[in-house]
Ligand binder design. Structure first.
Ligand SMILES: Nc1nc2c(ncn2[C@@H]2O[C@H](COP(=O)(O)OP(=O)(O)OP(=O)(O)O)[C@@H](O)[C@H]2O)c(=O)[nH]1
Ligand SMILES: [Mg+2]
Length: 464
């Protein structure tokens, strides 16, 4: 778009509480745009937000207050008789010049003024509601502004919606281009459809809208790709985490070391979650990890709770070992070889050399070397599984959502890692575990990123 081309002005209008501000939060990928609330009349004045293609502003969206007096307005303009029969905008301007526009219809007047100044509008509909006369009256008044209206059916992901009733009613008003777009759970390709439909009612804007669609798609892919890299970096860092444990160590001291390592892993995972949330423009509290602990019946969000480890690693076949069963997720490694945490605890409790005798002469020799604590396969599988799940949810989620993404352990099997998938991830991470100093971390991160992209090549919702 050259500098001389005008900025496209798009108003977002509709009945109060239909989800106008929510629609803009999702389109603008901003959790903090405007104010969203279940109370009516939340938005009190027009709020503008620019949309940029690189350094050039190409569009402005205008959030507007909700309409509440559609039928009264309709009745009012009908009193003007034939005066404005063939000139809707003049009829609306006449209304806006009246004293009522500053009093009883002050809220509505803001919407109509904005619509008259805009190139087109999204008309947002709560399609859980039946098609009531007040909505039809409201639409009639809006249509008199002479600007293209694109109906956007919101709440289409909610059970019992009346999408087809609305479509039939809108067709009677000559509004045939309608887009179903639930602002919290936008459909695959929803944003693209919305922008392209805008191009249908505003043909002159088609080229810029197409470029916007392309840019958004590219950004989405880049963001997702970077998300996989964040997860690969997390897994590499966690797989490489080591706590050296001295030869002589009491059980308590060993437990202390285990807890310290667990805490480091938790913090590293937390940092990755924050990175993902920020990358997808969500807020720091927008993700919650939950599961119910069967033993205590309590809710936890702990990575190392045994139920978490068991559930997320159960399909990988990388058995939940003694460590994970005890809720540890931590392994004892000697020369890169896993001994299992139970061995470590036994060793600490029963006198080191006696307890370790059964590992054989060869191992005994290696034991002269360093003993280290590291994470076990269940922990890596759990982190990989739940981070990939989080990434998938974030990439599909609309920014109108007010609640957190919940990563629960009841998540469906299709979202968990399979045996083959984790086998491959483990294979890529193995050099870090076995031969840490000499392995090329960056190469592993790149290979792991590519693999994560490959196994998650499901199509994306084009809305976020
Ligand atoms: N589940 C669900 N809730 C939604 C959706 N869109 C909006 N909401 C909720 O509906 C309520 C109203 O949303 P708003 O975006 O404030 O609606 P509005 O049209 O801007 O309302 P006013 O500014 O008061 O006219 C809020 O509680 C939103 O969280 C949706 O697609 N799904
Ligand atoms: Mg609002």
């Amino acid at each position: 778009m050259s500098r001389s081309e005008p900025i496209l002005n798009i108003a977002v209008v509709g009945h109060t509480n239909a989800g106008k501000t929510s629609l803009l939060r999702t389109l603008l990928q901003s959790r903090e745009f405007g104010e969203v609330d279940q109370r009516p009349s939340t938005t009190r004045s027009v709020l503008e937000q620019g949309v940029w293609l690189g350094a050039t502003q190409v569009m402005s969206f205008f959030d507007t207050p909700g309409l509440e007096s559609g039928s009264d307005l309709y009745a009012e303009i009908e009193t003007y008789g034939d005066q404005f029969r063939h000139d809707g905008p003049a009829q609306i301007k006449h209304l806006l010049a009246s004293a009522q526009a500053d009093t009883v219809y002050a809220q509505e007047a803001k919407v109509l003024r904005q619509l008259l100044q805009s190139d087109a509008a999204f008309y947002v509909i709560d399609c859980r509601d039946p098609v009531l006369p007040k909505y039809q009256d409201e639409l009639h008044v809006l249509a008199r502004c002479g600007k293209p209206l694109l109906p956007v059916l919101n709440f289409t992901a909610v059970k019992g919606h009346r999408q087809s009733d609305w479509q039939a009613a809108l067709a009677k008003l000559n509004l045939h281009a309608v887009v179903a777009f639930d602002t919290v759970t936008p459909p695959e390709g929803g944003e693209k459809q919305l922008l392209q439909s805008l191009g249908v009612v505003l043909p002159a804007a088609q080229p810029v809208l197409e470029r916007l669609v392309e840019r958004r798609q590219k950004e989405r892919e880049e963001r997702r790709q970077r998300g996989f890299k964040t997860i690969a970096e997390l897994l590499v860092d966690v797989a490489a985490m080591r706590h050296k444990v001295p030869l002589e160590l009491s059980e308590d001291a060993l437990e202390g070391e285990v807890l310290a390592l667990q805490e480091r892993v938790r913090q590293r995972e937390h940092a990755a979650v924050q990175d993902l949330l920020a990358r997808f423009a969500f807020l720091p509290d927008d993700a919650a990890f939950e599961h119910v602990d069967i033993g205590s019946g309590q809710w936890h969000d702990d990575l190392f709770a045994s139920e978490t480890l068991k559930t997320w690693s159960k399909d990988t076949g990388f058995g939940v070992g003694a460590g994970a069963a005890a809720g540890a997720g931590i392994d004892l490694l000697v020369g890169g070889m896993s001994l299992g945490l139970a061995a470590a605890l036994g060793a600490a409790a029963g006198g080191l050399y006696q307890s370790w005798r059964h590992f054989g002469e060869k191992l005994k020799q290696r034991m002269q070397g360093e003993r280290e604590l590291g994470v076990d396969a269940a922990t890596l599988a759990t982190i990989a599984g739940r981070q990939l799940y989080l990434l998938e949810q974030l990439s599909r989620r609309g920014h109108a959502a007010n609640d957190a993404v919940t990563v629960a352990v009841t998540v469906a099997k299709e979202h968990r890692l399979s045996r083959d998938e984790f086998r491959q991830i483990d294979k890529l991470l193995r050099p870090l575990i076995q031969d840490q100093p000499s392995c090329d971390k960056q190469r592993i991160i790149d290979a792991l990123t590519s693999y994560l992209v490959q196994i998650n090549s499901r199509p994306l919702a084009a809305s976020c």
